[in-house]
Design a protein around this ligand. Structure first.
Ligand code: V55
Ligand code: FE
Length: 494
């Protein structure tokens, strides 16, 4: 292995693996229900080369696309690099050519103007296509069978935005995908692209608007009738970038905003609501309408969860002192003004998941990651630097909370939800769990958990034969969705 820096971003659970591998018929302890039939795709940042500078962060790692293929209780695994333009250029050079996180002014001169994205954040399935996405560029289309990279995807030239969010939202009834891109026409721009693709994956609209200042919009939400854009005061500055500084700096004294527009409307219909100073959220659980109100449930904290974004803004706060929780923001669209209500609905945590069928609708339960009070000190690792060690199931309507807490020395990655065809059954969650086995030795397992009974722990476990770097987000794609997509490719070819 080449020499990586011995910093928090490259040791322990963050040790680069850099190996493309596959295995069939992994050992299964317990029984995987036959209804779980399809693929769990994962986005895994894993830097293929040591960084150009002394250190780098997990969010810069080259995207790998991983797949657990599950059928008849059997599990196969494969992982490959997403062959972005950046990956291919560095592969040929056998070294890093791109410099600091989202700062092209720190790159080797030979790659000026080339695509910097590493496609490392979310596998997105829509219209029979698998895209590997990161919010600073367009998605890369990947073959769901071979994991081969097919190329950058811009809807055959129809999408004008230079960026595509890692958090699009798919409406469960119409099958449409609603999405956006920020810095849509370049670095530090306030331009946002808001777009819709129909259920077959054809772009049907794209409009642009300006956000109040250039912020990192990591996620957004839809309801049956609205699109909701949260703006948190983590901002970009072109002069800072040109001076070789950070892309993002959190501003504790700057106000936050929420933009709400009819989802099929014109961007000129956007209503802006003004929120508290300094707050931050990366992930929204869900939004829905009820009696003329719009509710937005989000994983809110009182400052930015990423240490490097706080430090760039001069904020000295220990990770463990950050306050927050699952929060409900309620907007009364029948009233004038820019105010909204706020209420705490659950413990702190992040990486929320929902049943696909509940997207944008009133929902009974959601799942997210949190800290187990009995779980010991959290393992360093993952995107934020501190790994979660508990899974929560919450019913926001009545406050019920269930927990699957891990033992000390364990870490959990974001689950995917697999629906059941049985009406009363909540389905299953699939997730990777890591356990520290020695100072620099970690063992990973795939866990299968009943979504409605998480406190009981896994009903099946799949020990992995190789080390695995922490995932960001994942996606479940059923065998039927995969088969339909193959059929469409065949009929297009015919
Ligand atoms: C996030 C993740 C990113 C990124 C910016 O989870 C924000 C938040 C994995 O890459 O570049
Ligand atoms: Fe995310």
């Amino acid at each position: 292995m080449p020499n990586y820096p011995q910093t928090i971003h490259f040791v322990g659970l963050n040790t680069p693996v850099g190996i493309e591998w596959s295995a069939r018929n992994l050992d299964v302890i317990g029984t995987i229900p036959a209804e779980i039939d399809g693929a769990f795709f994962r986005a895994v940042p894993d830097p293929a080369h040591p960084p150009m500078f002394d250190d780098d962060i997990v969010l810069s790692g080259d995207g790998m696309v991983a797949k657990f293929a599950i059928h008849d209780g059997k599990v196969d695994y494969a992982i490959r690099y997403v062959e972005t333009e950046r990956y291919r250029l560095e592969k040929d050079a056998r070294r890093a050519l791109f410099g600091q996180y989202r700062n092209p002014f720190t790159d080797d001169a030979s790659v000026a103007g080339r695509d910097r994205t590493v496609a490392n954040t979310t596998p997105v399935w829509h219209g029979g296509r698998l895209l590997m996405t990161k919010e600073d560029g367009l998605g890369y289309q990947v073959d769901p069978d071979t994991l081969e990279t097919l190329g950058r995807f811009d809807y055959y030239g129809a999408l004008k935005s230079q960026t595509f969010t890692a958090h699009p939202r798919v409406d469960p009834e119409t099958g449409e995908m609603f999405f956006f891109g920020y810095e849509a026409d370049g670095l530090c721009s306030t331009k946002i692209s808001y777009a819709i693709a129909d259920r077959d994956g054809k772009l049907i609209s794209e409009q642009w608007f300006d956000q109040p200042y250039c912020s990192t919009i990591h996620d957004f939400a839809i309801t049956e009738h609205y699109a909701i854009f949260p703006i948190f005061p983590t901002t970009a500055d072109l002069d800072r970038l040109k001076a070789g500084g950070a892309h993002w700096a959190h501003q504790q004294d700057l106000e936050s905003w929420v933009g709400i527009m009819p989802r099929y409307g014109k961007v000129e219909e956007m209503r802006w609501f003004k929120g508290r100073n300094g707050v931050s959220a990366f992930h929204l659980v869900n939004a829905y309408e009820e009696d003329g109100f719009v509710h937005l449930d989000l994983c809110l904290s009182d400052t930015n969860a990423f240490g490097f974004m706080r430090e760039a803004g001069g904020i000295q706060r220990d990770q463990r002192d950050i306050q927050g929780g699952l929060t409900r923001w309620t907007f009364d669209l029948s009233k004038e003004g820019d105010m909204f209500e706020e209420r705490l609905v659950g413990p702190p945590g992040d990486m929320p998941r929902l049943r696909d069928a509940d997207q944008g609708r009133p929902y009974r339960a959601a799942w997210y990651l949190s800290m187990n009070p009995q779980g010991g000190p959290p393992l360093p690792g993952g995107p934020v630097g501190v790994a979660f060690n508990a899974l929560l199931r919450i019913e926001p309507g009545n406050g019920r909370i269930d927990m699957m807490g891990l033992e000390p020395g364990m870490a959990i990655s974001e689950p995917v939800h697999v629906p059941s065809t049985q009406d009363e059954h909540e389905g299953w969650l699939l997730m990777v769990v890591d356990r520290q086995a020695g100072e620099a030795d970690f063992k990973s397992e795939l866990w299968v958990v009943e979504a409605g009974a998480i406190a009981a722990g896994p009903i099946a476990r799949v020990p992995m034969p190789m080390p695995m770097r922490a995932q960001v987000h994942g996606a479940w794609v059923s065998a039927r969705q995969l088969a339909n997509a193959r059929q469409n490719v065949d009929s297009e070819a015919a």
